[in-house]
Design a protein. Structure first.
Length: 222
């Protein structure tokens, strides 16, 4: 299969897993397949074909074994956000190998500075998203660190290694994978560029702060 077909298959497998995370008590996002596909597709289109193929194999293997990688991701996140809940469900999780832990640490070593660079360049987009670090989480928040590492912990060694290799190769070309994913995400939201999304989000923030009648601001943002 071509990469586009692989990604379609991934989302076909992930969507029912995502919808069943809370059983019958679904949130609004669990009833919106279009947004789910847009955001997940934005990530996978930034990956290498090898990383996509490996992750699809992870999903297919998990499904065959009666496991949900999406459910496991949210349980992994609970280790930080809800320790009591994590204690109840951690028995469902497979043990991570030392290789997986090392690959995850290496990936975060790339993703953290890449995300910091992106947030400095586009602060309005950053303010509208998750906190970056787990230490900055407040009640009801899940940081990028907690979410991303929770997801990586569901990946096989092969997927993690392929993703790390892809991340390094892009960096050698002067490209940040985090930025490519964000570019894909804002494109899925209808923005022509990160700069356009930044301007729109900054203007929305000024309006919420009561600055919507400022002619100078209006001229700048439009």
């Amino acid at each position: 299969m071509e990469q586009k077909e692989l990604i379609e298959r991934i989302m076909e497998l992930e969507w029912p897993m995502f919808r069943q995370v809370n059983g019958e008590e679904r949130t609004d996002c669990q009833e919106n397949p279009a947004v789910f596909r847009a955001m997940r597709g934005a990530q996978f289109r930034a990956w290498s074909s090898e990383a996509v193929r490996c992750y699809l194999e992870d999903l297919e293997s998990a499904q065959a074994a009666g496991r949900s990688l999406v459910r496991e991701k949210y349980i992994r996140m609970m280790e930080r956000t809800d320790p009591a809940g994590f204690a109840r469900f951690k028995g469902e999780l497979p043990q991570l190998s030392r290789e997986q832990e090392e690959l995850i640490a290496a990936l975060w070593g790339h993703f953290l500075p890449q995300t910091e660079r992106l947030r400095r360049e586009f602060p309005a987009i950053a303010l509208g998203g998750r906190p970056l670090l787990a230490r900055d989480e407040e009640a009801g928040d899940t940081s990028i660190e907690t979410y991303q590492i929770g997801e990586w912990k569901t990946y096989s060694e092969a997927t993690l290694a392929a993703l790390l290799e892809h991340t390094r190769r892009l960096e050698e070309q002067g490209v940040d994978l985090v930025r490519v994913i964000q570019e894909n995400s804002v494109a899925a939201m209808g923005y022509p560029s990160l700069a356009a999304a930044e301007k729109s989000m900054a203007y929305a923030m000024i309006q919420r702060m009561g600055g919507g009648e400022c002619s100078t601001c209006g001229a700048y943002f439009h």
